[in-house]
Design a protein around this ligand. Structure first.
Ligand code: RBF
Ligand code: MG
Length: 386
């Protein structure tokens, strides 16, 4: 997305935030809040998410009490809600590209620090569900180990100090405004990876705003680049998802002349909620017809101001019939680019056709073509109620 200036700083170390940057804490917190607020006769409506992200737990609690007018103290709130969190740690999954980033930097000898407003003990608990992460950080600092958490620069300055480098040699990766503010105040380069969608303007003090960690270009900061991009594509997954086609015509959609075939997002809200919005590709199986190359978008389609995240595969084949209602199976194997807004419909259509070319060519590479034979693509739907 937006890159501020062409004279970017070159760095030698990376400092990562944890919640919302490496793991999907916010989604899990939301699930807990939904259940918890019912106790007070309130209904979760997503209020204040932007205010809460990046705050220390106690401050986040205070802001929820205020937002929902709860009749309790912050301490009571924290005590009451704690048990609900205890079996949630394992649901805090790695965000797209987190594991890849940590491994890559570590393998290439770039020192990495973790700096989080969460208390050290919760950081340890969260990390324990992600094999091999803890060992790869040279430094880990919790919010309870500094006098002032983010947005104070203290936690990042302490991280630089422990890494024995100058703050100006550090790149901070952050999802929240307090974190970005802290990083800039510490004199560091800051890449924002917003965990709240469509709020790019809020992050304008960052040096760069990207859509997900998959879009991080380390070479922009003088760091060793990722080596896994192949012909404009990044191997991911494979993810297998499917369901009946709920929209889509087979012969061409009315708006763009691009025959996409929506499947209902209900069954895989998990995959949807943690996957970065963007363009992906892979193989598509239609139960009675065959297996086809496929390029797809996951996201909000900013051009059309959609309110919900959708999955919209385009089967790369000339159908002369509709396949509405048929069972569609997908093997998603690669990523192409972040979702973007385009100045005109023409630009959007041009870009989607470019995505098609990239996907069609890449799917002939052995790396991707091998998934064409995945049994999932042709297995008839079996009802399993267990
Ligand atoms: N919509 C957007 O607003 N921005 C995008 O970057 C975008 N990329 C797409 C890429 C592919 C491969 C496909 C199939 C669709 C994409 N769309 C995007 C969604 C497009 O707007 C959608 O197909 C229309 O809503 C027509 O149904
Ligand atoms: Mg965060």
């Amino acid at each position: 997305m937006a890159m501020k200036s062409l004279t970017r700083k070159l760095v030698s170390c990376v400092i990562l935030d944890l919640d919302g940057t490496l793991i999907n804490t916010e989604g899990v917190v939301e699930d807990v809040l939904k259940v918890f607020l019912v106790k007070y006769g309130k209904q979760w409506d997503g209020r204040g998410t932007l205010n809460r992200t990046g705050k220390a737990p106690i401050e986040a609690a205070a802001s929820i009490i205020e937002d929902y007018g709860l009749p309790c103290t912050t301490e009571e709130f924290m005590t009451d809600i704690a048990p609900l969190f205890s079996d949630c740690w394992s649901k805090m999954v790695a965000l797209p590209g987190a594991e890849r980033l940590i491994k890559h930097l570590h393998n290439r000898g770039v020192p990495i620090a973790l700096a989080s407003n969460s208390p050290k003990a919760s950081i340890e608990t969260k990390l324990s569900y992600h094999h091999g992460w803890k060992e790869r950080f040279s430094v880990i600092i919790g919010g309870d180990e500094v006098r002032e958490g983010k947005p104070s620069p203290e936690i990042f300055l302490e991280a630089a100090n422990k890494l024995s480098v100058d703050p100006s040699s550090c790149l901070v990766v952050e999802d929240s405004l307090p974190g970005i503010t802290a990083g800039k105040a510490a004199g560091m380069a800051v890449v924002a990876v917003p965990s709240v969608p469509n709020q790019t303007h809020v992050y304008s003090c960052a040096d760069e705003v990207i859509n997900s960690l998959l879009d991080l270009h380390l070479e922009n900061w003088g760091l060793p680049p990722f080596q896994d991009w192949i012909e404009g594509t990044l191997p991911i997954g494979p993810w297998y998802i499917g369901g009946p086609v709920i929209k889509g015509y087979g012969r061409g959609s009315k708006v763009l002349g691009i025959p996409t075939a929506n499947i209902s997002p209900n069954g895989f809200s998990d995959i949807l909620s943690v996957s970065a919005s963007g363009v992906y590709f892979g193989w598509a199986g239609l139960s009675t017809r065959g297996i086809y190359k496929m390029v797809m978008s996951i996201g909000w389609n900013p051009y059309f101001h959609n309110a919900e995240k959708t999955i919209e595969p385009w089967l790369l084949h000339d159908f002369n019939e509709d396949f509405y209602g048929e069972e569609l199976r997908l093997a998603i194997v690669g990523y192409i680019r972040p979702e973007a807004n385009f100045p005109s419909l023409d630009d959007l259509i041009k870009r989607i056709h470019e995505d098609r070319r990239i996907a069609e060519k890449a799917l002939d590479l052995p790396l991707y073509s091998s998934y064409k034979g995945a049994p999932y693509l042709i297995t008839p739907l079996v009802q399993d109620d267990r």
